[in-house]
Design a binder for this molecule. Structure first.
Ligand code: ADP
Ligand code: MG
Length: 252
C-alpha cells in the first residue's frame, strides 16, 4: 500500500470528528493551544504526549464536560461547539472510556452493557448479545463484575461504552490499569471491536509503544500543542526534533 494512501482516503471522506483551533486557558496559562485534528469513521488517532501536556483537557473539551476559550468542534460536519453553539454532552454522539472505568457492581454483565441503551430501544437484547459476542463475553453474561478478571471487566466496559453506537469514542489511558501480560491482548481486541463498529477513535496515551501499536495516526502533543502528526512509522522514523526522538527512544 502506498504510504500516502491513508491521507488521501481521509481527505475524500467527511471527517467524523473535526477540530479547529481549540484553546483552553487555566488561570492565564494556555493548557491547550491551537489544537486541530480530524478523524474519519473507523480511524484510530492517538494523542500521545508526556504527563501534563494537556491530553485529558483536550478530551474533556471534546466530550463537553469543559468549554474551550476558542475553537470549533464538528461532528459529521455539524458544529457542536463554536462561538455560538454548545451542544450538551449527551447529545454529541460521543462515547467515553477512562482508566478507572467502573462497572456497576450490583448489575450483571448483560445489565451493565444494557445500561446505556434506552429501556424501550428496539432490539435492546439483540444489541447486548451482539456486543457480548464481539468482546468474547457471551458465556459470562449473567455474572457480576466481582466474578470477572481485570481484562474481562475491561471487555465489558468496552461493550457498555459501544452499546448506544457512538460514532466517536474518546479513550483516556484506558489500558493503564491492566497488567503487562494482558495489556497487549486487550489492546488488540479493543482495536478489532472498534474497527468492526466503524467508530472514530481518539485514544490518549503517554506510552509511545501503545500509540505505535494502535494508531492509524499519531498526534504528538507537547505543552498543549500538537507538534507533529502522521502515520506511526513516519513519525518514528522522522521525529520532528530531539525531544521527539528521545520520547520515542525508550520504546520497547
Ligand atoms: P495530561 O492528561 O496530558 O496528563 P492534563 O490535560 O490533565 O494533562 O493537564 C494539563 C495541564 O493543565 C496540567 O498542568 C494540569 O495541572 C492543568 N489543569 C488541568 N485541569 C485543570 C483545571 N481544572 N484547573 C487548572 N489547571 C488544570
Ligand atoms: Mg491525563
Amino acid at each position: 500500500m502506498p504510504e500516502d494512501f491513508g491521507r488521501k482516503w481521509q481527505d475524500t471522506v467527511q471527517p467524523r470528528l473535526e477540530i479547529q483551533g481549540l484553546m483552553r486557558r487555566f488561570g492565564g496559562r494556555e493548557v491547550v493551544s491551537d489544537v486541530s485534528l480530524s478523524i474519519a469513521a473507523g480511524q484510530v488517532s492517538c494523542l500521545l504526549g508526556p504527563s501534563g501536556c494537556g491530553k485529558s483537557t483536550t478530551l474533556r473539551l471534546i466530550a463537553g464536560v469543559d468549554m474551550p476559550d476558542q475553537g470549533v468542534i464538528r461532528v459529521d460536519g455539524r458544529p457542536i461547539v463554536d462561538a455560538r453553539t454548545r451542544v450538551p454532552p449527551e447529545e454529541r454522539g460521543i462515547g467515553l472510556m477512562f482508566q478507572d472505568f467502573a462497572l456497576f457492581p450490583h448489575l450483571t454483565v448483560s445489565q451493565n452493557v444494557a445500561f446505556g441503551l434506552p429501556r424501550h430501544a428496539p432490539d435492546r437484547q439483540g444489541r447486548v448479545a451482539e456486543l457480548l459476542e464481539r468482546v468474547g463475553m457471551t458465556r459470562h453474561a449473567d455474572k457480576h463484575p466481582h466474578e470477572l478478571s481485570g481484562g474481562e471487566q475491561q471487555r465489558v466496559a468496552l461493550a457498555r461504552a459501544l452499546a448506544p453506537r457512538p460514532g466517536i469514542m474518546l479513550m483516556d489511558e484506558p489500558f493503564s490499569g491492566l497488567d503487562d501480560r494482558l495489556r497487549d491482548d486487550i489492546r488488540d481486541e479493543t482495536l478489532a471491536v472498534l474497527k468492526a463498529e466503524g467508530t472514530a477513535v481518539l485514544l490518549v496515551t503517554h506510552e509511545p509503544s501503545e500509540a505505535m501499536r494502535m494508531a492509524d495516526e499519531i498526534l504528538l502533543m507537547r505543552d498543549g500543542r500538537i507538534v507533529q502528526s502522521g502515520a506511526p512509522y513516519t513519525i518514528y522514523n522522522n521525529p520532528v526534533d530531539l525531544r521527539a526522538a528521545a520520547f520515542f527512544s525508550d520504546l520497547n
